[in-house]
Design a protein around this ligand. Structure first.
Ligand SMILES: [Zn+2]
Length: 132
């Protein structure tokens, strides 16, 4: 539902609805037009949660983009996203440090990654990331 809270759990200051948050970039007039690397990172997390692989591939830098994405395990549950840091090295290069939590087979997982993003022709793309 478009009025559901966004999977990325952004607040402003109350939880934002999916349609008012990452949903704007998944479809509609702002499709693929996340204005900052952080907004793109959040929208990619939400796309992971929703299984929106076309969006993930469309926002992946061509030089590092995989040919295809495997569906995740059916019992994988994403629990939340914490954006720790957003830094712009210049107007077209940025990094976003985040922690994404998930649960699989009753076990909790924590992904801590610093992702690199590049802007081309006014659009942000995910390049790659360092886990740890
Ligand atoms: Zn969101």
């Amino acid at each position: 539902m478009s009025s559901d809270p966004c999977p990325c759990r952004a607040t402003d200051p109350r939880p934002l609805a999916y349609a008012a948050c990452c949903g704007r970039y998944h479809a509609g007039p702002l499709h693929l037009l996340a204005p900052t690397a952080e907004a793109l990172m959040r929208s990619r997390y939400s796309a992971f949660v929703r299984g929106d692989h076309p969006y993930l591939l469309a926002t992946w830098f061509t030089g590092t983009r995989p040919a295809d994405l495997e569906p995740g395990p059916p019992d994988l549950r994403w629990l939340g996203l914490d954006v720790r840091r957003h830094a712009e090295q210049d107007p077209d290069h940025a990094t976003v440090e985040f922690v994404a939590r998930s649960k699989l087979g009753g076990r909790a997982h924590r992904l801590h990654e610093t992702s690199r993003f590049v802007r081309q022709d006014g659009r942000w793309f995910y390049v790659d990331g360092d886990v740890g």
